[in-house]
Design a protein around this ligand. Structure first.
Ligand code: NAD
Length: 297
């Protein structure tokens, strides 16, 4: 039987609608809108698309979006000065610096300059530490979105075997931490893992966050596994195509013959990321305004 297709797009739309309703209640209670500042340095076309999409979604949810575009040759000091101004600005609840930054800028130093309580991307070491010790800071949007899809489908994850493929600070590590907090038995696999197929075959839950097109094959999966595919990879264009197809890290068609549920690419994890960013911004706004956290998000 074919696996259930986990519809991240539909889940994300519902989450955005709930955030929108909660944002309207926040505005009434706080006397101002929640606000997200997005900083884009340079003119990378992919980053430009993400920043526009984030701005549009922020406004659609009834929050203020403040876009700051800086030239590609901006100095580290100028960028840090902007982050300082945003940290001090009471209308700004969340700050997101779009990565990657041009090579002359130090990503880590810029992230470290963001007030951890406005770090809605969850990339600051303080928030990574809070996640590691269970102190409830901001969690990176993509893994938190994956977790929402998993718990929506599986409920209690206690005792399930989870394998996360990939150990980046943005996806793999926080994903593993979230699964551990949910009492799964977690393995993190990576580029040096031996017998990756054998490791993945143990898993009730597979999260693939590698960035290699269709790497995870159907015969790597335990029958009935739940598969979350974070990868976004563009194949070379086939004859007659202007652009190649987007695919994930999992060989979707054959894998859906073995898994019990699987996220498609596109339309799975991707749409969750912005929805969770809006959710994190609204949570930040409540904290900054001294209000109780919004319910049901
Ligand atoms: P990354 O390059 O920082 O990390 C990739 C990880 O994969 C590394 O930890 C590496 O050890 C591991 N890896 C590489 N080759 C491997 C192999 N052959 N076998 C096993 N592990 C291997 O990437 P990232 O930022 O974590 O992103 C991973 C993927 O997720 C990318 O395709 C990216 O585009 C996508 N992504 C999607 C979203 C979204 O919104 N859906 C968000 C972030 C990242």
């Amino acid at each position: 039987m074919a696996a259930e297709r986990i519809d991240g797009k539909a889940f994300a739309e519902k989450l955005r609608a709930r955030v929108g309703e909660a944002a309207a209640r926040f505005e009434q209670a706080a006397g101002r809108k929640a606000g997200l500042a997005v900083v884009l340095v340079g003119e990378d076309p992919a980053s430009d698309v993400y920043v526009r999409a984030k701005g549009k979604a922020t406004h659609a949810a009834g929050m203020n979006g403040f876009e700051h575009r800086l030239p590609a040759d901006v100095s580290q000091d100028e960028l840090l000065a902007l982050v300082d101004r945003l940290n001090a600005d009471g209308a700004v609840d969340g700050i997101l610096v779009q990565l990657p930054l041009p090579g002359h800028l130090d990503d880590q130093a810029v992230i470290a300059a963001i007030d951890p309580d406005k770090d809605v991307d969850g990339f600051h070491v303080t928030n990574a530490g809070r996640l590691a010790v269970g102190q409830g800071g901001f969690v990176p949007c993509t893994p938190l979105g994956c977790m929402m899809l998993l718990t929506d489908r599986l409920g209690d994850l206690s005792g399930l075997e989870a394998v996360v493929i990939g150990r980046s600070n943005i996806v793999g590590k926080p994903m593993a931490q979230l699964l551990l907090d949910a009492n799964a038995t977690v393995t993190i696999a990576h580029s040096r893992t031996k017998d990756l197929a054998g490791v993945v075959r143990r898993a009730d839950i597979v999260v693939a966050a590698v960035g290699r097109a269709e790497m995870v094959k159907a015969d790597w999966l335990k029958p009935g596994a739940t598969v979350i595919d974070v990868g976004i990879n563009r194949l070379p264009p086939a004859e007659g195509e202007a652009k190649g197809r987007l695919v994930g890290d999992v060989d979707y068609g054959p894998a859906s013959g073995v898994a019990s549920a699987i996220t498609p690419v596109p339309g799975g994890v991707g749409p969750m990321t912005i929805a969770v960013l809006l959710r994190n911004t609204l949570v930040a706004a409540h904290r900054n305004a001294g209000l109780a956290p919004p319910e049901g998000l």
